[in-house]
Write a protein that binds this ligand. Structure first.
Ligand SMILES: NC(=O)c1ccc[n+]([C@@H]2O[C@H](COP(=O)([O-])OP(=O)(O)OC[C@H]3O[C@@H](n4cnc5c(N)ncnc54)[C@H](OP(=O)(O)O)[C@@H]3O)[C@@H](O)[C@H]2O)c1
Length: 333
């Protein structure tokens, strides 16, 4: 009998990797989507779709009952739906925290507590490292941004529960084919601009989406419960090394622009204003800027390593993979 896995946020960047990997691992894979979700990355005929509306208890009860009627009891949930950028700070709490709590209550109410519930949180829930040492899973969480605080609140809620087996995954910046955020930086180098905000020595960490997804399944299938797992490719890079890796792959000469933080803050305020008027969420806002200003985003992946996690990509080979895909898809011409 195949184990039945519900994946929320299946239509997104990481969600599409989760679905692909779940099918390869022979799960009965149920992709929770909204009527408006773009399913361009979800083309495998073995995917089961379920409309999942987080709006209120009734809509969630309806979705869970439909799951049970169609497939039987839920074995695993990977709750990946979330917003990483929003025009209003309240949106982070509503989607990343309130929806998580509502989903968990609905699972409990419908006697569908899974073998394991996996929350896809973020390194942002911890905030940056407090000194030169990388962030560790046991560190006190001190999120910098509204996004990080919303993920942290969802995590805090999970830790109040009893008889609800969960693990929390805290990925660092995720990149790879289909990603649009790191692509933005790759594309600016492609256009000849190497941008630094304040400091070119910022310490960063990254993980390729396919490695992240492997880590997620390792944690889900392990005996671990009530635990956070930080996930990166186990390396630390400066922002300069990150840009250099892209330049090497693209074989581009660039103009390095070191932008002072006050200048970028003004641009961010303007971008937010445009975002509010147009309804589009800007790639840069003042919340994002806080992340650019923090000196150290390195992470210590010891806990997931102990479960056998061994990433396949470092930044150079991972960016190679992503850039090859962007070229094939015509995103980079
Ligand atoms: N990308 C990163 O670098 C990174 C790093 C750390 C953690 N994460 C976390 O990983 C998860 C996935 O991120 P991603 O980068 O793949 O983002 P993404 O491409 O924007 O995908 C987000 C997914 O969440 C769904 N979603 C958003 N708001 C929703 C709502 N109100 N109700 C139901 N579904 C909703 C979206 O559905 P629609 O398609 O219908 O909009 C989409 O499927 C998020 O929880 C994020 O916080 C991402």
């Amino acid at each position: 009998m195949k184990k039945k896995l519900l994946i929320t946020g299946a239509s997104g960047f990481i969600g599409s990797y989760l679905v692909e990997s779940a099918l390869k691992k022979n799960y009965l894979t149920v992709a929770a989507v909204r009527p408006t979700s773009n399913k361009q990355w979800l083309t495998d005929p073995s995917i089961h779709f379920l409309e999942f509306d987080f709006k209120n208890d009734q809509t969630l009860d309806h979705a869970i009952r439909e799951f049970v009627e169609r497939f039987g009891n839920i074995d695993y949930v990977i709750h990946n739906a979330g917003v990483t950028r929003a025009n209003k700070n309240e949106a982070y709490d509503q989607v990343n925290c309130d929806n998580t709590i509502r989903l968990i209550h609905a699972l409990q109410r419908n006697n569908q507590v899974p073998e394991k519930f996996v929350l896809i949180s973020s390194l942002a829930a911890y905030g940056p490292a407090k000194n030169e040492a990388p962030v560790k899973a046991v560190d006190i969480k001190a999120p910098l941004t509204a996004y990080g605080r919303s993920k942290h609140k969802a995590e805090e809620f999970l830790y109040t529960l009893t008889n609800f087996p969960f693990v929390i995954i805290n990925p660092t910046a995720v990149y790879g084919p289909k990603d649009k955020d790191v692509f933005f930086l790759i594309n600016s180098i492609h256009k000849g601009f190497e941008v630094y905000i304040g400091n070119s020595g910022q310490l960063l960490s990254f993980v390729h989406a396919s490695d992240l997804v492997e880590a997620i399944f390792i944690a889900m299938e392990s005996d671990s419960v009530r635990k956070n797992f930080l996930v990166s490719d186990q390396q630390v890079y400066t922002s300069k090394a990150f840009n250099q890796a892209i330049k090497t792959i693209l074989q581009k000469k660039t103009l390095a622009l070191v932008l002072p933080v006050p200048v970028v803050r003004t641009v961010a305020v303007f971008a937010e204003l445009v975002g509010k008027i147009s309804g589009k969420v800007p790639i840069l806002n003042r919340e994002r800027l806080k992340e650019f200003e923090a000196p150290n985003w390195a992470v210590d992946c010891t806990d997931i390593n102990l479960l056998g996690y061994a990433p396949q990509y470092d930044l150079q080979s991972g960016l190679n993979d992503a850039i090859k895909w962007y070229k094939e898809q015509g995103w980079l011409s």
